[in-house]
Ligand binder design. Structure first.
Ligand SMILES: Cc1cc2nc3c(=O)[nH]c(=O)nc-3n(C[C@H](O)[C@H](O)[C@H](O)COP(=O)(O)OP(=O)(O)OC[C@H]3O[C@@H](n4cnc5c(N)ncnc54)[C@H](O)[C@@H]3O)c2cc1C
Ligand code: SF4
Ligand code: SF4
Length: 443
């Protein structure tokens, strides 16, 4: 058991959690960042390019990841889960479970020799199952930290990794460890999950090979993706016709997701533009009921896509089936023309919506709204404060939003937490602020 005392515990190492942690750490506060995965980066590190600027996501995200890892005021706790949270006179005492990596983090150099030697391959969740990795691996090429993790569920205990590791880092006997963290404030940045691909049975997601989810398409389009090009998952053919079905997981009472997920129109338009560049001869169609491009520069982005030749078809998609060549066939009611047509494509992408990743498992006793996202009792006057004192929320843990808004709310949550800590934690803050401040690691 290990104990530490911090000013803020940030839960979740996506873009929102990283930004909140950096903002607080730059002010001299001590921060612990807890991430359940073996690397920080969240969804953003898996994306190709970012709307509306079309900058590379990996370049933008790795800068923040490495700033977090090297910041002297941030303690990074990856592959960790919250176990329990107890309210104390000074804030919260949080038990964090360090899950076993079966690799000694203090010895591993990230050389990947174990990975090259391991005979077992498993589908890689980072590549949405399109690529494979080994039972022991550094999670992905730009992972932070660069420390291997062994997946005991698939390991056959052949011992090859242990033998090849020059650092003697592989440890099959590792056990979970509990770390006790005393903190004044907590920032929840637990992010989102996609609505399930197979939720709307009539769209064939999860059944038809060439009906895919949008994060898969991000991996096809990413320079770090599994194939370095866009291929049909069903048979490896280069597609010449790609379609998007909007609101395939949002604004739908039958799924219990009545809200607009706010990013689906923009990511579909972005992917359509990137596909136009990657496959100049391909036809790209977006079936939609409304296009919602609400952000700064977003309407122009939509108009650019139209000018590039992306076809926008107003219609309600009733169902998708496949023909005998595994081509998805979309049955759509063209609402403006009042007729129903069937159109065949090579790949159909379902523009899925956002669900909260935060499960109210009782650990933090936070209430959630009717949409399932963490509840904010006074959104107009205190937009990052939850119902519990000293616990703040940011990014898509609050509700669906894009990267710009995730960063804005992260800085807002950090500012609110900072004021709270200054008011509640005089000793620690005075000590921190009297010391000379380290220069921001990412300035
Ligand atoms: C297909 C697609 C394309 C997109 N493209 C764009 C785009 O081009 N431009 C744009 O602005 N936005 C885009 N977005 C939206 C963007 O991905 C999100 O706005 C952003 O990633 C939200 O960041 P976040 O930190 O809130 O959440 P996340 O990225 O989900 O990060 C949350 C982190 O918290 C961790 N976590 C969750 N629960 C726990 C727990 N209990 N304990 C510890 N850790 C936990 C998770 O593992 C994760 O690392 C896209 C979204 C999708 C689905
Ligand atoms: S466990 Fe050993 S072989 Fe594997 S990456 Fe770490 S140091 Fe290299
Ligand atoms: S012991 Fe497990 S992780 Fe190591 S090489 Fe063998 S199968 Fe891979």
């Amino acid at each position: 058991m290990e104990n530490s005392r911090v000013d803020t515990l940030v839960v979740g190492g996506g873009i929102a959690g990283m930004q909140a942690a950096l903002d607080l750490a730059d002010q001299g506060f001590q921060v612990a960042l807890v991430e359940r995965e073996p690397s920080i980066g969240g969804k953003m590190i898996t994306l190709s390019k970012v709307f509306p600027t079309l900058d590379f996501c990996s370049c933008m995200t790795t800068t923040k990841m490495s700033a977090v890892a090297h910041h002297p005021n941030i303690q990074l706790l990856t592959y960790c889960e919250l176990q329990s949270v107890e309210e104390t006179a000074e804030g919260y005492r949080v038990s964090v479970m360090q899950k076993p990596r079966y690799v000694d983090a203090s010895k591993c150099t990230g050389c990947r020799s174990c990975e090259y030697e391991c005979p077992i391959t498993v589908p890689s969740p980072f590549d949405r199952g399109l690529g494979a990795y080994r039972a022991i691996r550094v999670p992905f090429s730009t992972a932070v930290p660069q420390i291997a993790v062994l997946d005991m569920d698939n390991c056959i205990l052949c011992g090859k990794c242990e033998k090849i590791c020059a650092a003697n880092a592989v440890d099959f006997t590792q056990q979970p460890e509990i770390l006790e963290v005393q903190t004044t404030a907590v920032v929840m940045a637990t992010g989102f999950e996609m609505t399930p691909l197979g939720a709307k049975k009539e769209y064939g997601g999860g059944e038809l090979h060439n009906v895919v989810d949008p994060l898969m398409m991000e991996r096809f389009l990413a320079p770090t993706g599994p194939y370095g090009r866009v291929l049909r998952p069903g048979d490896g053919k280069e597609p010449t016709s790609i379609a998007y079905v909007q609101c395939a997981g949002s604004r739908d009472q039958t799924l219990g997701v009545e809200y607009c997920s706010r990013v689906c129109c923009m990511y579909a338009i972005k992917q359509a533009m990137l596909l136009s560049g990657a496959l100049p001869m391909a036809d790209i169609t977006i079936y939609y009921m409304d296009i919602r491009t609400f952000g700064k520069g977003y309407e122009q982005f939509y108009q650019n896509a139209q000018a590039m030749g992306v076809e926008f078809v107003r219609g309600k998609v009733a169902s998708i089936h496949q023909d005998d060549q595994q081509n998805p066939v979309v049955k759509v009611e063209l609402t403006e023309e009042g007729r129903i047509v069937e159109r065949t494509h090579d790949i159909v992408v379902l523009s899925l919506g956002m669900l909260p990743a935060f499960g109210s498992n009782g650990t933090l006793h936070l209430t959630t709204g009717s949409d399932g996202f963490i509840d904010i009792p006074s959104p107009n006057s205190d937009p990052c404060a939850t119902a519990r004192p000293g616990i703040f929320v940011t990014g898509t843990a609050m509700g669906p939003m894009d990267i710009v808004d995730s960063i804005v709310t992260a800085s807002a949550a950090a500012a609110t937490a900072s004021a709270y800590i200054r008011a509640h934690n005089y000793g620690q803050v005075a000590a921190a602020l009297s010391e000379p401040q380290e220069e921001a690691a990412y300035a």
